[in-house]
Design a binder for this molecule. Structure first.
Ligand code: GDP
Ligand code: ZN
Length: 322
């Protein structure tokens, strides 16, 4: 049999069909070679990854016809965004949670927030930042709806996150303010937008790319309960070599697999202090000689960020099993 191996990138997953965009700009509908399923089944580790291949993965596939192929190899991921999967009906032991990969090989994550309707939620923002930092994904923050911000609430948040070192975009999707800067930063990259319902993700994407009809918030995750494989998204080429990953079914994002002692590393402004704590197992809560707590007291670390740290610390390990 004549084999023809082609390299491409998974842009959509529907049940067991993997749509692979190859470099010649053609999409093949591929299945996964059986060996991949065995890999998953045999994994002894409790921290299972739910998905063998995800959107954004580079793969080698064997072309069967002009439309169809079989995936033979999945390349190692540069990074991936994941979360705790929803509990699957029946199949899991009590308390056990799987990791669900949302997308791989991401250059830019845009965390979208709004100043009003809904109010700016820095706890949510910090949770997503932690997920991204733990996956080595470049974080950008978008503060939307500033047309509603009569008292310029956004300025304080802009300052806080800019000081830490993040790119912050101040925009209004309805009047277009600031959108050109967001659009410029997407070029030649794989980008993903994330945010709570109602912050304006679809409005932003549709204003930047009017012909593409994004409807980021359409599918309710609730209706997808227990059917992990169907909650995916799509990677779309919005301009030549510029991609946006659209994740319609996915709302919440809980950092996955983060250990208590590592959490401080994902609050990047804590990092310079971490090694000055008296105890190397310091959780930066009650321990004497904690350099992080001292930095908070000296206003070198913002109290808001420290409180986010504490609230995450309380919740991250709840679902972990070792
Ligand atoms: P999504 O759930 O994040 O996709 O949010 P949508 O794009 O559906 O927007 C939710 C609501 O916010 C819609 O009624 C939008 O018209 C509105 N909206 C989006 N961006 C802005 C903005 O910049 N200013 C104002 N005032 N409203 C906005
Ligand atoms: Zn400490």
């Amino acid at each position: 049999m004549l084999e023809s191996i082609i390299r491409g990138r998974i842009v959509k997953i529907e049940s067991k069909d993997y749509y692979v965009l190859c470099e010649k700009n053609h999409v093949y509908r591929c299945s996964l070679r059986g060996k991949f399923k065995n890999v998953l089944r045999h994994k002894k580790d409790k921290l299972l990854t739910l998905d063998i291949a995800s959107i954004g993965d580079w793969v080698d596939f064997n072309k069967i016809s002009t439309e169809v192929g079989v995936i033979e190899e999945i390349e190692e991921r540069k990074n991936y965004l994941s979360r705790k999967a929803l509990k699957a009906r029946g199949s899991l032991k009590r308390g056990e949670r799987l990791e669900q990969i949302i997308a791989s090989n991401i250059d830019n994550l845009f965390i979208v927030t709004s100043v009003k309707l809904p109010n700016f939620n820095n706890r949510f923002l910090d949770r997503v930042i932690v997920s991204a930092e733990s996956s080595k994904i470049n974080v950008n923050i978008v503060i939307n709806k500033i047309d509603l911000d009569e008292r310029n609430i956004y300025k304080e948040w802009e300052q806080l996150y800019t000081d830490i070192g993040y790119n912050v975009f101040i925009i209004s999707a309805v009047n277009g303010k600031g959108l050109d800067k967001v659009k410029d930063s997407l070029k030649n990259k794989v980008n993903i937008f994330w945010g709570q319902s109602g912050v304006g993700k679809s409005t932003i994407l549709n204003s930047m790319f009017p012909n593409l009809e994004f409807d980021v918030g359409e599918i309710s995750e609730f209706s997808q309960k227990g059917m992990h494989t169907t909650v995916t998204g799509e990677m779309r080429e919005v301009e030549k070599n510029t991609f946006i990953i659209d994740t319609p079914g996915i709302r919440g994002i809980d950092p996955y697999g983060i250990k208590e002692e590592d959490l401080g590393h994902y609050f990047i402004e804590f990092i310079p202090y971490l090694y000055d704590c008296k105890f190397n197992t310091c959780t930066h809560t009650h321990e004497p000689g904690c350099a992080v707590v001292n930095a908070v007291e000296d206003c070198k670390i913002s109290i808001e960020r420290y409180e986010s740290y504490l609230s995450l610390l309380e919740t991250i390990e709840d679902d972990m099993i070792y």
